[in-house]
Design a protein around this ligand. Structure first.
Ligand code: EPU
Length: 432
């Protein structure tokens, strides 16, 4: 970033107790796939409760690149796929957002062809797409790669039984979208069970698909001749909800999130309780409060749903840094998702990383400092740590935060946090 340019930063003055209620936005990881699913038919699909975040804007660009006309106002998105002709997702878009590869299944299903730039590495380590491609090949797709692109062609995909090596969220979604128009019944075994996949199944069914087993690890998809445009409301973002609940808990506050049912965060809420956070829940909201001086250590291992979500691992680490005792956090989903640990240590945490384990010695008093955000969830965790820290924290590279959190600082401010966004203004945090 050139000297004098206006890279946005967040300035957080910690130590304020957060309290109040926030409404969660629509789930990023559902909205992106629903947008991709709209490619399965011609016409105008409508999505409500779409979060206005950078990743959604990037997916909008992907759809527009393919020839769709997209309007997006006040959470409602209309996707008109009538003029879609291209089947190519270029490098610049895929590299900006890996979820662009989710157009592959729908494009092969509808047009018999998809050419998508290979995503390459990302801040969470190498993220392969072998399970996506093997599944498409088993359905009769011919997979080729050249010039940094992977291309899948198939005159007509055919149904088959596919056993996923690992319950990959993205592969399950891509294969599900490919299977809805395939001839016969496709069975996906060891499928991912995330709530966002259930949301995708609901949308596909309202578009005319015939799917059984949504939310289980076996999905049966009876192929249909054609799909039609549909209208759907995106489910609430469980990761945003979890992030705000932790922000409340680490500040000794009392935060309620509405627009989300507790069943989608069951293990996460169990872990909050075992640390000593008080959690109250009903079918539409969750409330967390507590006294940080009474929190105690807990071990956490991330796993595919219904296990502990990897997307809340970094935020949980902040809570464990102030809880008494030694906690062990094991990251099982991504190869490198501890990139933020050195930054958290700058704020006063005591953490030792060994492979995919992090050992956290808690009961630390965090103090504000300048930190850089390596990825989206790390950015949310570092902001959370800043809220709990004494003094001022300057968060740099907050563009990562904007990929996935809608009006993040505005929501925090409504809970009483002292947080503002600035350009580069040396000395904003005093003598840091
Ligand atoms: N994997 C393979 N081969 C594949 C596919 C996946 O080896 O063909 C590996 C990946 O390398 C990774 C693991 O399997 O180590 C999990 O990947 P998965 O496919 O399940 O995740 P994803 O679809 O790439 C989505 C979310 C992530 C979330 C994960 C796990 C979207 C756009 N992304 O990624 O969200 O962490 O599922 O729940 O839905 C985030 O929101 O910050 C985020 C990273």
């Amino acid at each position: 970033m050139a000297v004098g340019s206006v890279e946005p930063r967040l300035i957080i003055r910690g130590g304020r107790r957060l309290s109040g209620t926030i409404a969660v936005s629509g789930a990023k990881n559902s909205a992106l796939k629903l947008m991709a699913a709209s490619l399965l038919t011609s016409g105008v699909g409508v999505l409500h409760n779409v979060p206005d975040i950078q990743d959604v804007r990037t997916m909008q660009e992907v759809l527009e690149y393919l020839g769709a006309a997209v309007t997006f106002e006040e959470g409602t998105m209309q996707v008109d796929t009538t003029e879609v002709q291209s089947h190519v997702a270029p490098y610049d878009l895929v590299q900006r957002m890996r979820a662009s590869i989710q157009i592959m299944g729908p494009l092969v299903a509808r047009f018999g062809r998809a050419r998508v730039a290979m995503p390459g590495g990302c801040n969470l380590g190498p993220r392969k797409i072998d399970i996506h491609l093997r599944g498409l090949a088993e359905m009769g797709g011919v997979v080729r790669s050249d010039h940094g692109f992977v291309e899948v062609t198939a005159e007509k995909l055919r149904a088959t039984n596919i056993f996923l090596d690992y319950p990959s969220v993205g592969a399950t979604e891509n294969l599900l979208m490919a299977a809805v128009l395939a001839e016969g019944t496709t069975v996906l075994e060891n499928a991912a069970r995330e709530p966002e996949i259930v949301d995708l199944c609901k949308f596909l069914v309202s578009m005319g698909a015939d799917i059984e087993g949504a939310g289980s690890s076996t999905l049966r998809v009876n192929g249909v001749e054609e799909m039609r445009p549909a209208e759907h409301t995106v489910l609430g973002d469980r990761i945003e909800a979890g992030t705000f609940l932790i922000a409340g808990a680490v500040t000794g506050g009392d935060v309620e999130v509405i627009g989300i049912g507790p069943h989608v965060l069951e293990l996460f809420l169990f872990k909050l309780r075992s640390v000593g956070v008080q959690v109250q829940e009903n079918s539409r909201s969750i409330r967390a409060s507590g006294d940080p001086s009474s929190y105690t250590a807990a071990d956490v291992a991330t796993l595919p749903y219904p296990g502990f979500p990897t997307d809340l691992q970094a935020q949980m680490m902040v809570l464990l840094s102030i809880a008494k005792g030694v906690s062990v956090v094991t990251e099982n989903v991504f190869e490198s998702r501890f990139g933020f640990v050195d930054e958290l240590i700058r704020l006063g945490a005591e953490i030792r990383v060994d492979g995919n384990h992090a050992v956290i010695t808690g009961d630390r008093s965090l103090t504000g400092a300048i930190v850089r955000c390596p990825d989206l969830r790390a950015a949310a965790a570092l902001a959370t740590a800043g809220l709990a820290a004494e003094g001022c924290t300057e968060l740099r590279e907050v563009q990562h935060l904007d990929r996935g959190y809608e009006r993040f600082e505005e929501k925090l401010q409504s809970l009483g946090a002292e947080v503002e966004r600035t350009g580069v203004r040396p000395g904003t945090c005093g003598s840091l």
